[in-house]
Each structure stands twice: as C-alpha cells, then as structure tokens.
Design a protein around this ligand. Structure first.
Ligand code: C5P
Length: 203
C-alpha cells in the first residue's frame, strides 16, 4: 500500500527541510523533484539540448555537487517552462510515489499534476523577504559570496517564472493545506507538517 505526501511551494520556503523531516519521522522515501530540473539545467549549461537531457537523466547527473548554485537554480527554472522537459520527468516521479513504504515528494507541481490523489497535500510558503534571507544564510554558510539584494532578486525572478509559466505553474492546488512559515522557526514548521500528516492516518 502506498501513502503519498505531496509538497509544493516557492523557492526557499522550507519544503526541503520539512520533507526530509517527514520522511525521517514516518520512514518514507523522499524525492526532491527540484533536483531533477536542476540536473537538466546543469546539462543545458554544459551545452546539451534540454529535452534530450531530460530523457536521459542518470543518477550521476543528480549527484553533481554544483546543483545547489544560484546559476543552476536559474537554469532549472528556465528548462522547467518547457512542456516536453516536464513530460519526460513525469513517469520517474509517479513511479517513485508508488514505493510501498510511502513517499514524500516536494516541488512545484506535485499536488497539482504529479500526485493529485496524494493522501496529504501541503503548500509551504513564506514571504519573499523571509525566503531570500534564509537562502542567503544557507548559501553564504556554504562559502558562496553573494549579496542579500542579489538573492532576493533571484528568488523573485524564479517565483515569477515558476508561477507565470503556461504548463504546470506553481499554485496552491485544490485541497492543499497552506503552511505559511514566515513567522515560524523550523521546529514549529516541521511539527505543523507532521501533525498534518498524522491527521491523514499514515500506515
Ligand atoms: O525546488 P528547487 O528550487 O530545487 O527547484 C528548482 C527549479 O526547478 C524551480 O525553480 C522550478 O522552476 C523547477 N521545478 C519545477 N517543478 C518541480 C520542481 C522544480 O518546475 N516539481
């Protein structure tokens, strides 16, 4: 029996931390679907065609250590506007969701397109300023040299592209519970998300 927790939301809202905590708490497998788009974006930056890259992604592509950079995030959100790229990644995500031990998937279209029948649907968000500050702290701690203004600009540009695209735009899907983490610490946000999963009666 599968049990799916689908989590969407804009960049740096806390989806990754919340997803990993839910997976650890309930013993589910976790897929960060943004990594798929980042891996395609990285191959496009290296000169490949986006659709060809999406159709031939390998575990090695997903393991590259530069996928978290702002340049690759921007490349990911550009390739993510292409319907053929999105289509090429659907099957992998939906088969991950059928894993018998339960699955958490986080991204932009998980509740709306990939797993509309998920047992739990969450839309995790926060104000753009709060998200940019969190991303700034995270990236500068990993040694990158950035400015707060630059990070905020990147977050706003990615929001506009992800919410404005024609195919599978980022939306709070019908039936999704909205979790606004602007005023929450991470422990509080994780506890609220775990409570939401508990309400759905996990296996
Ligand atoms: O979640 P993350 O920031 O790693 O995602 C990188 C980009 O990949 C997003 O800005 C978005 O354009 C794209 N994406 C998507 N659909 C998903 C996950 C990510 O379009 N399910």
């Amino acid at each position: 029996m599968s049990f799916v927790v689908a989590i969407d939301g804009p960049a740096a809202a806390g989806k990754g931390t919340i997803s990993r905590a839910i997976a650890a708490h309930f013993g589910f497998q976790h897929l960060d679907t943004g990594l798929l788009y980042r891996a395609v974006g990285a191959r496009v930056e290296a000169g490949e065609d986006a659709v060809a890259a999406a159709r031939t992604l390998t575990p090695n592509d997903m393991a590259r250590d530069d996928l978290r950079t702002p340049a690759i995030a921007a490349a990911a959100s550009r390739v993510a506007t292409r319907p053929e790229v999105r289509q090429a990644l659907v099957e992998f995500q939906q088969s991950f969701a059928r894993l018998p031990q339960g699955a958490v998937l986080d991204g932009r279209d998980i509740c709306s397109v990939i797993c509309p029948d998920a047992e739990v649907k969450l839309y995790v968000t926060a104000s753009a300023e709060v998200r940019a500050e969190r991303r700034y702290q995270e990236l500068s701690q990993s040694g990158m040299s950035l400015t707060r203004e630059g990070v905020l600009e990147d977050v706003l540009a990615r929001d506009a592209r992800d919410m404005g695209r024609a195919d599978a735009p980022l939306v709070a899907a019908p039936g999704a519970t909205i979790l606004d983490t602007s005023q929450m610490g991470i422990d509080e946000a994780v506890a609220a998300a775990i409570a939401e999963v508990e309400r759905a009666g996990p296996p």
